[in-house]
Ligand binder design. Structure first.
Ligand code: PBG
Length: 336
C-alpha cells in the first residue's frame, strides 16, 4: 500500500493524461476533418472576368462563368471533391413560371458545360428549385398566395433534366415539394441519366440563417412572405426523420440536413437512424456570423471555422457544404 500523499486526490481515472502531449491527443482523436469532407458552394453571375463581392458574406464573391471555371480548377488543385452552383439570375429573366430554369443556355447550364470541360474529374452539383428564376423568389409556382406542389414538381423534373444534359453529376433538389425525389429519379432514368446522383435536401428548415444567401442570389429583396408552407418548422425533429425516410424510399442517394450548426441534433438522428450518406450545409448565415465576429477581432476565423466543421463530423455528417471550403483546404494543407 502506498502511503497517501498530501495534496493529492486518490484518482484511478485522470482524463488529462491523454491530453498532455500533442502526440497523445492525436492518437486518441475520434474525428478528423479532411479536404475530402468539403463541398464548395459557388455563386454565379452574368458577365466576363467578374468577381462581385457579396456584402453580407465577407470573402465570398459571385463569379462569372470564366471565373467559376478558374475556381473549379482551383478546387481540383486544392483536392476539394465537389462544387455546388447557385445562379444569380438577371431580374429581367425572372417570371411567374420560372421559365429560365428550363433554358438549356441559362447561366447554370453554361457554367456546367464550361466547368466539365476544364475540370472533368470534379463533382458538379446543381440546385433544383425555382427561386433563382421566379419573380416572387419562391421555390415553387405561386397561385393565389399558395405554392403549388404537384405543378411545381413537373417543372422541377424538367429543370433537373436540363441540368443533367448540361453535365451535372449530382442533382440537388432544395425546394421541399412533396414527391419530387421520386419524380426526378423517374424523369432522369427515363432519359438515360440513371448514373446521375440525387442529393436530397431531405431536411430543410424555414430558417433565418439563409438571409445572406438570398442577397447573393438576388431573391432577398423580391421574396414575398416566407417559406414556412414548404420548408420545415425549426421546432421539429421527428418530422425530419419522416422526410428523410420518404426521400430514401423515393430514390435519394444522399441526404442533406440544412442549416448546419444549430441543427447538429438532427444530423445526428438522421445519420443514426438511416446510416445513409448524410451531408450538412453550413449555410450563409452561419458563415456570416463567424466572419462578422472575426472581422471585429472577437473570434479567430480559422480556428472557429475548423472547430465548427469538425463538430459536423462529430454529429455524423459525411460531407459539408461550406463557403469556407477553399480556405479550409488551404489551412489544412498548411497544417500538414
Ligand atoms: C433555395 C436555397 C436556399 C439555400 C440553398 N438553396 C435559400 C432558401 O431556401 O431560401 C440557402 C443556402 C444558404 O443560406 O447558404 N432553394
Amino acid at each position: 500500500m502506498n502511503a497517501p500523499q498530501p495534496n493529492k486526490l486518490d484518482l484511478t481515472q485522470r482524463h488529462r493524461r491523454n491530453r498532455k502531449t500533442d502526440w497523445a491527443r492525436r492518437l486518441v482523436r475520434e474525428h478528423v476533418l479532411t479536404v475530402s469532407d468539403l463541398i464548395w458552394p459557388i455563386f454565379l453571375v452574368e458577365g466576363e472576368n467578374l468577381r462581385q463581392p457579396v456584402a453580407s458574406m465577407p470573402g465570398v464573391e459571385r463569379l462569372s462563368v470564366d471565373a467559376a471555371v478558374r475556381a473549379a480548377v482551383e478546387a481540383v488543385e486544392l483536392g476539394i471533391p465537389a462544387i455546388a452552383l447557385f445562379p444569380n439570375t438577371d431580374p429581367a429573366l425572372r417570371n411567374e413560371q420560372a421559365s429560365e430554369a428550363l433554358n438549356p443556355d441559362n447561366l447554370v447550364c453554361r457554367a456546367c458545360r464550361a466547368i466539365k470541360a476544364a475540370a472533368p474529374g470534379l463533382g458538379l452539383i446543381t440546385d433544383v428549385a425555382l427561386d433563382p428564376y421566379t419573380s416572387h423568389g419562391h421555390d415553387g409556382l405561386l397561385l393565389d398566395g399558395e405554392i403549388l406542389n404537384d405543378e411545381t414538381v413537373f417543372v422541377l423534373v424538367q429543370q433537373a433534366l436540363n441540368q443533367a444534359r448540361a453535365g451535372a453529376d449530382v442533382i440537388a433538389p432544395s425546394d421541399m415539394m412533396d414527391g419530387r425525389i421520386g419524380a426526378i429519379r423517374a424523369g432522369l432514368d427515363a432519359q438515360h441519366f440513371d448514373r446521375v446522383q440525387i442529393l436530397a435536401y431531405a431536411v430543410k428548415y424555414a430558417s433565418a440563417f439563409y438571409g445572406p444567401f438570398r442577397d447573393a442570389v438576388g431573391t432577398g429583396a423580391i421574396l414575398t412572405g416566407d417559406k414556412r408552407t414548404y420548408q420545415m418548422d425549426p421546432a421539429n425533429t421527428n418530422e425530419a426523420l419522416r422526410e428523410a425516410a420518404q426521400d430514401l424510399k423515393e430514390g435519394a442517394d444522399i441526404l442533406m440536413v440544412k442549416p448546419g450548426l444549430p441543427y447538429l441534433d438532427v444530423i445526428y438522428r438522421v445519420k443514426q437512424k438511416f446510416g445513409a450518406p448524410t451531408f450538412a450545409y453550413q449555410v450563409s448565415g452561419e458563415y456570416a456570423m463567424i466572419m462578422a465576429a472575426a472581422n471585429n477581432g472577437w473570434i479567430d476565423a480559422d480556428k472557429t471555422m475548423l472547430e465548427s466543421l469538425l463538430c459536423f463530423k462529430r454529429a455524423g455528417a459525411d460531407a459539408i457544404l461550406t463557403y469556407f471550403a477553399p480556405r479550409v483546404a488551404k489551412t489544412l494543407k498548411d497544417l500538414i
